[in-house]
Design a protein around this ligand. Structure first.
Ligand code: NAD
Ligand code: DAU
Length: 354
């Protein structure tokens, strides 16, 4: 079996749903999540009773309890998603980012390293620890700079990216010093189902449907690379299968777009799928004060993972954003429950007595 941290979040829950939904999948999965505001077990209601799935509410900072769990479950791999992930929140309150992203990754590494050391030689040889990180560790690019490569220098600019960079360094050191079989992935902006509506794309979709302003930071020219979450999950499965310990892999969608163009694309789609009698959704665009220290451009050179592991994204931005917009339109009650906080009541009702 494999163990996932942060599986109740956006990417983690997509990973679990895809994993358990794969044809012929007989490998079980344990999901360890502390359930912060970003952890939503409603995402996983469809697999809750699957005999291959188990949820354990636990903070990755609790090293001893994590070690105990590892000894009891005996996973052959760990995929580490758990983190504080929102840049704006890191600017307002960096403490939680240092705690979970740095101290939490440190605790998890210590527990996993201890467990790995107790395995027999064949299990030790095949064990993998996949650390899911971000392209933001590389800093910000100018308009003509080459995209980030695995060898690009680390230049994190926000408390979030600094905390992720620190966690990457810890993972690297555990491989270099102890031979711990860790692999790090650095990927670009994900989008797709179950993303918390604090991030640009789900926020814009939710606000546009509600007829609210669509906040665009600064002049809207900041550029991101956009990766459909299902493609990211496929990339992580290929890293788990064939990635080399000690290596890092950049993962990107090959879709560089200015924020304002992303917002306009979403507006045009919603005009088609759910026309607003008051007029085109683009009328709701509202330029607001920029994010402090806002990185201007991210771009990914994903040739390493394409060449070594034969992974390339399957979705174009047009197909991925259409799937995403349709999902949000069909799951408006999910968005409403997240925004109202009602999804937390569901946790108490379903898990309170367990
Ligand atoms: P998310 O914020 O949606 O989910 C994070 C999950 O981690 C939540 O379920 C939360 O409850 C859990 N968690 C937080 N602190 C914890 C702790 N101390 N112990 C146990 N669980 C804890 O994040 P996401 O967008 O799904 O991102 C997942 C990972 O991918 C993160 O490491 C993030 O840095 C990385 N990443 C995300 C993106 C993106 O675009 N979303 C891009 C690149 C990298
Ligand atoms: O690059 C990978 C990173 O992508 C991940 O590591 C992070 O976890 C993830 O949150 C994301 O970070 P960003 O800061 O790029 O994502 P966000 O959706 O917050 O913002 C995307 C861009 O849109 C960014 O340039 C800021 C801008 N923006 C964001 C919001 C929330 C707006 O213009 N308006 C907004 O309301």
């Amino acid at each position: 079996m494999i163990l996932i941290t942060g599986g109740a979040g956006f990417i983690g829950s997509n990973f679990i749903i895809d994993w358990l939904g794969a044809p012929g999948q007989d490998e079980a999965l344990v999901n360890v999540d502390r359930l912060t505001y970003a952890g939503n077990l409603e995402n996983l209601a469809g697999v809750e009773h699957d005999s291959r799935y188990r949820f354990v509410r636990l903070d990755i900072c609790e090293r001893d309890r994590i070690l105990e769990l590892l000894r009891a479950q005996r996973p052959r791999a760990i995929v580490h998603f758990a983190a504080e992930s929102h840049v704006d929140r890191s600017i307002l309150g960096p403490g939680e980012f240092v705690r979970t992203n740095i101290e939490g990754t440190f605790s998890l590494l210590q527990a996993a390293h201890g467990y790995w050391g107790e395995l027999d030689a064949p299990s030790r040889a095949t064990f993998r620890f996949v650390h899911v990180s971000t392209d933001e560790v590389y800093g910000s690019l100018g308009p003509t700079d080459a995209p980030f490569r695995e060898a690009s220098a680390y230049q994190p600019n926000s408390p979030y990216s600094a905390s992720k960079a620190a966690s990457d360094h810890l993972v690297r050191a555990w491989h270099h010093t102890y031979g711990f079989p860790a692999i790090t992935t650095n990927c670009s902006n994900n989008y797709g189902p179950y993303q918390f509506p604090e991030k640009l794309i789900p926020l814009v979709i939710a606000n546009a449907i509600a007829g609210k302003p669509l906040p665009v930071y600064g002049d809207g020219t900041n550029v991101r690379d956009w990766l459909y979450v299902g493609d990211h999950c496929a990339a992580l499965r290929s890293v788990l299968r064939s990635g080399r310990p000690g290596q890092t892999y950049n993962i990107g969608g090959g879709v560089e777009m200015a924020n304002i163009d992303v917002v306009r694309a979403v507006c045009r789609l919603l005009d088609e799928l759910r026309p607003d009698p008051a007029g085109p959704h683009e009328r709701l665009v509202s330029y607001v004060t920029d994010r402090p220290g806002h990185d201007w451009r991210y771009a990914i050179d994903a040739r390493k993972i394409a060449g070594e592991l034969r992974w390339t994204p399957a979705e174009s931005f047009a197909s991925g954003i259409a799937r995403t917009a349709r999902w949000y339109l069909e799951h408006q009650s999910w968005v409403e429950r997240v925004l109202s906080g009602a999804y937390k009541d569901w946790i108490a009702t379903n898990y309170g007595g367990r």
